[in-house]
Design a protein around this ligand. Structure first.
Ligand code: FAD
Length: 138
C-alpha cells in the first residue's frame, strides 16, 4: 500500500548544503531501486524528511536511516497510507531555504517563524505537514 513517513531529526553537525548533497548522492540510486520518492529538508541542525513508497519498503528504509550517525533524536511525525505521491518526480529532493527567491523566503518566514526573521524548520506535526504542502507548491 502506498504510504508515507514523515520524521524530524537533529543533525550531529551543523547542516551544510554539501552534507545534504552527500546524503542525496547515496539516497538517489537506493531510493530509485526501491521506488521510493520524497524530500529532505535540512536547516541549522534539523532534518525533516518525507519518504513515500510501499509501506513495508519505507518502514525498512526508515529503520535503516534511523541508524545513521549523522543524525539523532529522530521523531516520527506521521506514518500511514496516502492517495498519491507528492514528490513523484524525485527519488529524494533536497531542499535549501536559502535557494528560494527572496519573496518566497519572506512568505515562509512570516507564516512559520515566530519573529518572521530567522528561518527554523517547524517542530510539530501539524505545522510540519502544512509546511511540506506549502513547499510542494512553491
Ligand atoms: P554506508 O554508506 O555503508 O554507511 C554506513 C554508516 O556510515 C551510515 O549509517 C552513516 O552513519 C555513516 N556514513 C555514511 N556515509 C557517511 C558520510 N559521508 N559521512 C559520515 N558518515 C557517513 N539513504 C537512502 O538510501 N535513502 C534516503 O532517503 C536517505 N535519507 C537520509 C536522510 C538523512 C537525514 C540521513 C542522515 C541519511 C539518509 N540516508 C538515506 C543515508 C543512509 O542513512 C545510508 O547512509 C545510505 O542509505 C547508505 O547505506 P549503507 O548501508 O550503504 O551505509
Amino acid at each position: 500500500m502506498l504510504s508515507h513517513i514523515v520524521y524530524l531529526s537533529d543533525s550531529t553537525n551543523f547542516i551544510s548544503w554539501s552534507l545534504i548533497k552527500d546524503i542525496l548522492l547515496s539516497s538517489d540510486e537506493n531510493n530509485k531501486n526501491k521506488n521510493v520518492t520524497g524530500i529532505l529538508f535540512g536547516h541549522g541542525i534539523n532534518f525533516l524528511q518525507v519518504l513515500e513508497g510501499d509501506e513495508t519498503v519505507i518502514k525498512k528504509l526508515y529503520k535503516h536511516i534511523a541508524k545513521d550517525e549523522r543524525h539523532q533524536n529522530i521523531t516520527l511525525l506521521d506514518f500511514g497510507p496516502v492517495a498519491e505521491r507528492k514528490f513523484s518526480d524525485w527519488n529524494m529532493k533536497g531542499f535549501n531555504f536559502n535557494n528560494l527567491p527572496k519573496e518566497k523566503q519572506q512568505h515562509i518566514l512570516n507564516k512559520y517563524c515566530d519573529a518572521g526573521e530567522e528561518f527554523f524548520l517547524p517542530n510539530e506535526k501539524k505545522s510540519c505537514l502544512a509546511f511540506i504542502d506549502e513547499i510542494t507548491q512553491l
